[in-house]
Write a protein that binds this ligand. Structure first.
Ligand code: DGJ
Length: 689
């Protein structure tokens, strides 16, 4: 007897059907339909080459039987049977969750599909739980978090990123007409190139057009695969990368996939705003999720490894004068860390640099009314370190191979409980002794020589390592509830919703050029909350592409404003400017960090940038030129978004005051003149009572 299951959010419906043969079929995903009469299409072998299962749109496809498409799950049973046939077993549904259980009854292998909904969001959380109820091991060779089937038989535009170190989050789109497109990381971390996300549409823009999207909550090697079949059906799977992966599910054991967050929207702006609000309300660590993040100063670009009490205190005094709320000392404070050749693993204070210990600096920073933060790279070790000399077997390695180094460092095997404990202890010891309220957790190289003799099945290490990172972060936060954590991996190598479930914010790129950053920030803002995006004002590229400090601030104020410049080089005038912008940022911070974002113009399509941030009472418009505007085209009209149509708003442009209705500003638009390259205007548009 067939049966349908419906998942309704306020504006969307997701429908699943179980057919007469017990096959769990995908029926619908899109705008809310409130129609429970959906039919389950018949399937049959159309000829000897196109089987019924090949034709079916299934909800979580297993490799087995007459199924030749990409699959969501693949396993090997104890008798070497690699044929997995999953049929409907049961379903349980309450207000917030639907759980459909599938079973391969011959081998007592069960897969639960979870769909979680929220009263305040249209986003649905999906994950799968794999259960071995047999008496034998089951080798899991692939376990995706979700499979998604798109409704139209016409091709979709698929958007992801094609980034690199220093150039993360570069958005790219392509039309998927035939075959598959894969976005992935095989590095152990998310990496800088592709994102563990999925955006599909058929000609949508910021404001209109249906967009299907998903973001995976995982920061390890991942895989997103979209495939369009001969009938035009596009199916997508997202999850832990199956490349070099397997997991031995012992008799009686269970394993959960990472979560994937999925949604459907009208236009990209709604997608970004829905995901941002969802992440703030449901994903980010609770302590700081709803709180504005502080303006921080980080000394890395000013001092690199050359840190000491006097130099850091000098910078701290200047940072405090500007209005910074947190001072972070980066790399170089520990072990024999005078350059990037030694020291990682030895997380004790370097006594030559800090002869009186760290408290002299921390107390000095606190006396300036700033919190203190410290850099760690806990997953790493260097040959020239006490840790490596004591435990050369603590790194991933094969006995027959020489370990490759990158930045002169090796990756610790966090799947060993004693190594995970060491990683926790090294930060815990410092947190116990000192008033450290912020940790920047860095990770500067991908894995290699991925051997782990401690594991029966070393292919589990990809998943186990990422879980260990999350576990240490969670333990630290539990013991020190005030602690803020920033995830960093050579810039944006670990900037994803998995990290953001355990870290309060991420570092999106080592490239702090204010122009390049606008592109990076745009890519990040598609599916992640911009509140979590640390954005430093620095001197980067000042010799190659000089821009004003005003431009630098306007760029960084569109994220979580931070300062990374060498303040010793700031003139009196620079200091006054920086003070002014930091004070302004503090006023508009709630709008930037918690308001809605509308990307009105971007450089590649329009030759200049315009982003609007808006909450109930005010909008802030950033307009930034990158080149001379052609003389007869300097007059611009920007249709604002998200205002109250009936309310009046006042604002000042180039010294002239205006008052207009929200309706006019959205439909008629806000006029302004743009002439000069690297001009930056910040316009506050305030509701008038
Ligand atoms: C890479 C990070 O992305 C930088 O911000 C800085 O912390 C360096 N590592 C320090 O080695």
């Amino acid at each position: 007897m067939s049966k349908n299951y419906f998942i309704n959010t306020e504006n969307t419906t997701y429908a699943i059907g179980v057919d007469d043969k017990g096959i769990v079929r995908h029926l619908y995903w899109g705008s809310r339909i409130d129609d429970e009469s959906l039919e389950i299409p018949d399937i049959w072998d159309t000829n000897s080459n196109h089987s019924d299962m090949d034709n079916a749109v299934t909800e979580y496809t297993a490799f087995g039987g007459k199924m030749y498409r990409n699959c969501a799950v693949k396993c090997r049973y104890f008798d070497n049977c690699r044929d997995c046939i999953l049929k409907f077993k049961s379903a349980a549904q309450n207000e917030n969750e639907l759980v459909i259980t599938l079973e391969d009854s011959v081998y007592s292998f069960l897969v639960e599909l979870h769909y979680v909904t929220y009263p305040d969001s249209d986003i649905i959380t999906r994950f799968a739980r794999l259960k071995n109820k047999s008496d034998n091991d089951i080798l899991i060779e692939k376990m995706m978090s979700a499979e998604i089937s798109l409704p139209s038989e016409l091709p979709y535009e698929i958007m992801n990123t094609n980034g690199s170190w220093g150039g993360e989050f570069q958005l790219e789109s392509e039309t998927l007409k035939a075959g598959s497109v894969v976005f992935e990381s095989r590095k152990g971390t998310t990496g800088h190139t592709n994102q563990p996300t999925f955006i599909a549409h058929q000609g949508a823009n910021e404001d209109f057009g249906t967009v299907y999207f998903a973001a995976l909550g995982y920061s390890g090697s991942f895989k997103v695969e979209a495939q369009r079949d001969f009938k035009g059906i596009t199916r997508v799977t997202l999850g832990v990368n199956d490349f070099d992966f397997s997991y031995t599910l012992k008799a009686g054991q269970e394993l959960e996939t990472p979560c994937v967050y999925i949604g459907v929207s009208n236009g990209f702006a709604q997608m970004s705003n829905d995901m941002s609000r969802f992440a703030i309300n449901h994903i980010l660590p609770r302590a700081y999720a709803q709180k504005p993040l502080p303006v921080l100063y980080n000394s890395w670009e000013a001092t690199a490894f050359d840190v000491n009490t006097k130099g850091q205190l000098e910078l701290a005094k200047k940072a405090a004068e500007l209005g910074c709320e947190l001072f972070v000392m980066d790399d170089g404070w520990f072990g024999k860390r005078n350059n990037d050749c030694a020291g990682l693993g030895d997380w004790f204070v370097n006594e030559e640099k800090f002869p009186n210990g760290l408290d002299e600096l921390i107390n000095g920073v606190n006396a300036l009314k700033m919190d203190f933060g410290l850099w760690f790279e806990p997953e790493m070790v260097q040959r020239d370190s006490d840790l490596f000399r004591a435990h050369p077997d603590w790194v991933y390695h094969y006995p027959t191979r020489e370990n490759n180094e990158l930045r002169n460092q090796l990756v610790l095997n966090l799947t060993k409980p004693e190594v995970e404990q060491y990683v926790f202890d090294c930060m815990d010891k410092m947190l116990e002794k000192h008033n450290i309220r912020y940790i920047k957790w860095d990770m500067n190289r991908p894995f290699s020589e991925v051997g782990a003799e401690n594991l029966e099945n070393a292919q589990e290490l990809w998943l186990r390592h990422t879980k260990a990172v999350y576990a240490v972060a969670d333990r630290l936060k539990e013991k020190y509830p005030y602690l803020q954590l920033e995830a960093c991996a050579s810039g944006g190598g670990r900037a994803d919703l998995g990290a953001l479930g355990h870290f309060d914010m991420v570092w999106t790129s080592d490239n702090t050029d204010p122009l390049d950053r606008l592109v990076i920030q745009q890519g990040f803002s598609m599916l992640y909350p911009i509140k979590c995006m640390r954005a430093w004002v620095t001197d980067w590229n000042d010799n190659r592409r000089p821009v004003s400090l005003d431009f630098r601030f306007a760029s960084s104020m569109q994220g979580s404003l931070s300062i990374g410049a060498n303040l010793n080089e700031y003139s009196e005038q620079d200091i006054e400017k920086a003070k002014k912008y930091i004070a302004l940022y503090k006023e508009i911070r709630p709008i930037i960090q918690f308001g809605k974002l509308y990307r009105l113009r971007n450089e590649s399509a329009h030759g200049y940038w315009a982003n609007e941030y808006v909450d109930d009472n005010e909008a802030v418009l950033f307009v930034m030129t990158t080149a001379y505007t052609l003389d007869n085209r300097h007059h611009k009209v920007l249709n604002l978004r998200g205002l109250d149509e009936k309310a009046k708003y006042s604002y000042t442009v180039d010294g002239r005051e205006f008052v207009h209705s929200g309706a006019y500003l959205m439909n008629g638009g806000l006029s302004l003149e743009l002439y000069n390259p690297f001009d930056a205007k910040i316009i506050r548009i305030k509701k008038v009572d």
